[in-house]
Design a protein around this ligand. Structure first.
Ligand SMILES: [Zn+2]
Length: 305
């Protein structure tokens, strides 16, 4: 049985911010958010790789966006087995932090106003309970905050039941893997319910404002996104990382990137020509567009969908 029920994909917001960062100077707060999203995603991927061994007898749901009573919440990772949901809030923090259970605060000399990850996990737990309750389920939920980065140190007066430190991640997973779990039909039902409730994120309102004329044009590298790419008749070659990509693929990818950034602008040969920096023959662009997309409209008013 396939137990990885929902896989993790690059979040749309991160994808958009990567594209924007390559083509404009992001305002400071957006740049900060971009760096944090990048770091968070890297941490989640690290956790997924470690947790893979558990997939044989647990249902794994990654990156679910749910909503209850008009409040959205995101679950980094959730495992379901034997009627219990385990929630994991994955943090890729680096450096030295202090947690004081008395004041219930996380502090660090490097950063101010750190959201307490325990509160985040707790909020998730409460909202998920509420949501499941409204669907007629009463399921035990446990949660852990996983600190995945090996260069993270947390000063704690004593061990905390919901905190897994970097050096404890492997032993924790080994312990889980050694505990036999049996999937029940109800587990599967619950997993399917959660997946059916997943909402697609709409990141556009959170993005900085940008328009076509303001963004740098050119074919971005398919690997490092750099615009420092030379284009010849058949290939695009990145001067930064050396990656080589077929020209047709590069054009199609550029169109997809353009569409993601500008969902409301019609795709025409001229638009794609300009977007790609003017270095690719219009005839070539036209051919690629015609092969992959459907033409709508007529003559000079035609565009591709
Ligand atoms: Zn590159």
């Amino acid at each position: 049985m396939e137990t990885l029920i929902k896989t993790r994909t690059l979040p749309k917001e991160l994808r958009l911010l990567r594209l924007l960062a390559a083509r404009m100077a992001l305002p400071e707060k957006d740049h900060k958010r971009y760096v944090n999203l990048e770091k968070g995603y890297e941490g989640e991927i690290l956790f997924d790789a470690r947790a893979e061994v558990l997939a044989k007898d647990r249902l794994i749901l990654n990156d679910l966006l749910l909503e209850t009573n008009n409040t959205s919440f995101q679950m980094d990772s959730a495992f379901i087995s034997q009627g219990t949901i385990s929630l994991y809030e994955v943090k890729n923090y680096e450096g030295e932090y202090l947690y004081d259970p008395e004041s219930d605060k996380f502090t660090s000399q490097y950063a101010n106003n750190i959201t307490n990850p325990l509160h985040q996990a707790d909020r998730c737990d409460i909202l998920l309970r509420q949501l499941l309750h409204s669907k007629g389920y009463n399921v035990p939920i446990v949660y852990k905050v996983i600190f995945i980065n090996l260069e993270f140190t947390l000063y704690l007066p004593k061990p905390h039941k919901s905190i897994i430190l970097p050096t404890q991640v492997n032993p924790y997973i080994r312990r889980l893997a050694a505990t036999p779990a049996k999937l029940t039909p109800n587990d599967k039902k619950l997993a399917n319910l959660l997946v059916s409730l997943h909402k697609e994120d709409d990141p556009y309102p959170r993005l900085p404002s940008y328009d076509f004329s303001q963004l740098k044009k050119g074919v971005g590298c398919c690997s490092c996104l750099s615009l420092d790419v030379i284009v010849n008749d058949r290939y695009c070659i990145c001067l930064k990382c050396g990656r080589k990509e077929g020209l047709d693929e590069a054009v199609l990818r550029s169109v997809e990137e353009f569409r993601l950034l500008f969902p409301h602008i019609k795709i025409t040969t001229n638009v794609v020509y300009e977007w790609c920096g003017g270095g690719i023959h219009k005839r070539k662009i036209n051919r690629v567009l015609r092969e992959k997309y459907t033409m709508a409209g007529y003559g000079r008013y035609s565009f591709y969908v």
